[in-house]
Design a protein around this ligand. Structure first.
Ligand code: ATP
Ligand code: MG
Length: 138
Protein backbone atom coordinates (compact mmCIF):
# COMPACT_ATOMS: atom_id res chain seq x y z
CA UNK A 1 0.00 0.00 0.00
CA UNK A 2 2.91 2.35 0.65
CA UNK A 3 3.40 2.94 -3.07
CA UNK A 4 -0.15 4.18 -3.65
CA UNK A 5 -2.01 7.40 -2.99
CA UNK A 6 -5.52 8.64 -3.70
CA UNK A 7 -6.56 11.85 -5.47
CA UNK A 8 -9.65 13.74 -6.52
CA UNK A 9 -9.71 16.41 -9.20
CA UNK A 10 -12.16 18.70 -7.39
CA UNK A 11 -15.33 20.38 -8.80
CA UNK A 12 -13.59 23.73 -9.45
CA UNK A 13 -10.95 22.14 -11.68
CA UNK A 14 -13.60 20.04 -13.44
CA UNK A 15 -15.71 23.17 -14.15
CA UNK A 16 -12.71 25.06 -15.53
CA UNK A 17 -11.83 22.24 -17.93
CA UNK A 18 -8.52 21.47 -16.21
CA UNK A 19 -8.99 17.71 -15.78
CA UNK A 20 -6.87 16.75 -18.79
CA UNK A 21 -4.03 19.14 -17.94
CA UNK A 22 -3.91 17.88 -14.34
CA UNK A 23 -3.89 14.22 -15.42
CA UNK A 24 -1.06 15.06 -17.83
CA UNK A 25 0.99 16.53 -14.95
CA UNK A 26 0.28 13.46 -12.82
CA UNK A 27 1.48 11.13 -15.58
CA UNK A 28 4.50 13.30 -16.36
CA UNK A 29 5.52 13.12 -12.68
CA UNK A 30 5.72 9.32 -12.97
CA UNK A 31 2.46 8.19 -11.38
CA UNK A 32 0.64 5.19 -12.86
CA UNK A 33 -3.17 5.34 -12.77
CA UNK A 34 -4.34 2.22 -10.92
CA UNK A 35 -8.03 3.21 -10.82
CA UNK A 36 -10.02 6.19 -12.13
CA UNK A 37 -13.61 7.40 -12.45
CA UNK A 38 -15.58 10.60 -12.95
CA UNK A 39 -18.41 10.85 -10.42
CA UNK A 40 -20.28 13.31 -8.21
CA UNK A 41 -20.40 13.21 -4.41
CA UNK A 42 -23.72 13.70 -2.64
CA UNK A 43 -23.58 16.02 0.38
CA UNK A 44 -23.79 12.95 2.58
CA UNK A 45 -20.86 11.21 0.85
CA UNK A 46 -18.74 14.39 0.83
CA UNK A 47 -19.42 14.77 4.56
CA UNK A 48 -18.39 11.17 5.16
CA UNK A 49 -15.19 11.52 3.13
CA UNK A 50 -14.12 14.66 5.05
CA UNK A 51 -15.55 13.53 8.43
CA UNK A 52 -12.14 14.12 10.04
CA UNK A 53 -12.78 17.88 9.53
CA UNK A 54 -16.35 17.82 10.95
CA UNK A 55 -15.46 20.09 13.88
CA UNK A 56 -13.63 22.69 11.72
CA UNK A 57 -15.35 26.01 10.91
CA UNK A 58 -14.99 25.42 7.15
CA UNK A 59 -16.63 21.96 7.18
CA UNK A 60 -20.04 23.08 5.84
CA UNK A 61 -18.40 25.10 3.07
CA UNK A 62 -16.12 22.16 2.23
CA UNK A 63 -19.04 19.70 2.00
CA UNK A 64 -21.09 22.12 -0.16
CA UNK A 65 -18.14 22.70 -2.48
CA UNK A 66 -17.12 19.05 -2.82
CA UNK A 67 -20.70 18.09 -3.72
CA UNK A 68 -21.18 21.04 -6.12
CA UNK A 69 -20.21 19.20 -9.30
CA UNK A 70 -18.39 16.25 -10.83
CA UNK A 71 -14.98 15.13 -9.67
CA UNK A 72 -12.44 12.66 -11.03
CA UNK A 73 -11.28 10.16 -8.40
CA UNK A 74 -8.13 8.10 -8.94
CA UNK A 75 -5.69 5.78 -7.24
CA UNK A 76 -2.09 6.56 -8.22
CA UNK A 77 0.97 4.34 -7.97
CA UNK A 78 4.62 5.35 -7.67
CA UNK A 79 7.47 4.84 -5.20
CA UNK A 80 6.88 7.13 -2.21
CA UNK A 81 3.48 8.01 -3.68
CA UNK A 82 1.87 9.87 -0.75
CA UNK A 83 4.76 12.23 -0.10
CA UNK A 84 5.68 12.77 -3.76
CA UNK A 85 2.06 13.52 -4.67
CA UNK A 86 1.73 16.09 -1.85
CA UNK A 87 4.83 17.76 -3.31
CA UNK A 88 3.33 17.74 -6.80
CA UNK A 89 0.06 19.34 -5.64
CA UNK A 90 1.63 21.97 -3.35
CA UNK A 91 0.34 23.68 -0.20
CA UNK A 92 -3.38 23.65 0.71
CA UNK A 93 -3.49 27.43 0.21
CA UNK A 94 -2.48 28.16 -3.41
CA UNK A 95 -0.99 31.49 -2.29
CA UNK A 96 1.62 29.42 -0.42
CA UNK A 97 2.02 26.68 -3.05
CA UNK A 98 5.42 26.37 -4.75
CA UNK A 99 5.85 27.36 -8.40
CA UNK A 100 5.06 24.57 -10.82
CA UNK A 101 2.71 22.74 -8.43
CA UNK A 102 -0.81 21.78 -9.47
CA UNK A 103 -2.42 24.07 -6.89
CA UNK A 104 -0.19 27.00 -7.85
CA UNK A 105 -1.24 26.56 -11.47
CA UNK A 106 -4.93 25.67 -11.08
CA UNK A 107 -6.28 26.55 -7.60
CA UNK A 108 -8.17 29.77 -6.89
CA UNK A 109 -8.35 29.71 -3.08
CA UNK A 110 -7.75 27.59 0.02
CA UNK A 111 -11.28 26.19 -0.34
CA UNK A 112 -11.37 25.70 -4.11
CA UNK A 113 -7.95 24.18 -4.47
CA UNK A 114 -8.24 21.94 -7.53
CA UNK A 115 -7.06 18.60 -6.13
CA UNK A 116 -7.07 16.33 -3.11
CA UNK A 117 -4.11 14.19 -2.07
CA UNK A 118 -4.01 11.60 0.73
CA UNK A 119 -1.97 12.58 3.79
CA UNK A 120 -0.80 9.07 4.84
CA UNK A 121 -0.48 5.53 3.52
CA UNK A 122 -3.29 4.43 5.81
CA UNK A 123 -5.66 7.12 4.55
CA UNK A 124 -4.66 6.42 0.93
CA UNK A 125 -5.97 2.88 1.36
CA UNK A 126 -9.15 3.98 3.14
CA UNK A 127 -9.88 6.69 0.57
CA UNK A 128 -9.20 4.47 -2.45
CA UNK A 129 -11.56 1.83 -1.02
CA UNK A 130 -14.20 4.55 -0.44
CA UNK A 131 -14.50 5.02 -4.23
CA UNK A 132 -13.32 1.76 -5.79
CA UNK A 133 -14.13 -1.90 -5.20
CA UNK A 134 -11.18 -4.31 -5.28
CA UNK A 135 -12.32 -5.32 -8.80
CA UNK A 136 -11.79 -1.70 -9.95
CA UNK A 137 -8.22 -1.38 -8.57
CA UNK A 138 -5.54 -2.50 -11.02
P1 ATP B 1 -6.97 17.73 0.81
O1 ATP B 1 -7.31 16.87 2.01
O2 ATP B 1 -8.21 18.16 0.05
O3 ATP B 1 -5.92 17.13 -0.05
P2 ATP B 1 -5.16 19.25 2.39
O4 ATP B 1 -4.78 17.92 2.98
O5 ATP B 1 -4.09 20.05 1.74
O6 ATP B 1 -6.34 19.08 1.34
P3 ATP B 1 -6.79 19.67 4.71
O7 ATP B 1 -6.31 20.36 5.93
O8 ATP B 1 -6.94 18.20 4.73
O9 ATP B 1 -5.87 20.14 3.50
O10 ATP B 1 -8.19 20.34 4.33
C1 ATP B 1 -9.09 19.66 3.47
C2 ATP B 1 -9.72 20.64 2.52
O11 ATP B 1 -10.54 21.53 3.27
C3 ATP B 1 -8.75 21.55 1.79
O12 ATP B 1 -8.19 20.99 0.65
C4 ATP B 1 -9.64 22.70 1.44
O13 ATP B 1 -10.44 22.41 0.28
C5 ATP B 1 -10.54 22.81 2.66
N1 ATP B 1 -10.00 23.78 3.61
C6 ATP B 1 -8.94 23.61 4.44
N2 ATP B 1 -8.71 24.73 5.17
C7 ATP B 1 -9.67 25.60 4.80
C8 ATP B 1 -10.01 26.94 5.18
N3 ATP B 1 -9.29 27.58 6.12
N4 ATP B 1 -11.06 27.53 4.56
C9 ATP B 1 -11.78 26.88 3.63
N5 ATP B 1 -11.54 25.63 3.22
C10 ATP B 1 -10.49 24.99 3.78
MG1 MG C 1 -6.14 16.55 3.72
Amino acid sequence: MSNRTFTMIKPDATRKGNTGAILQMINAAGFRIAAMKMTKLSKEKAGEFYAVHAARPFYGELVDFMSSGPITAAILEKDNAVEDFRKLIGATNPAEAADGTIRKLFAASIGENAVHGSDSNENAGIEGDFFFSKLEQF
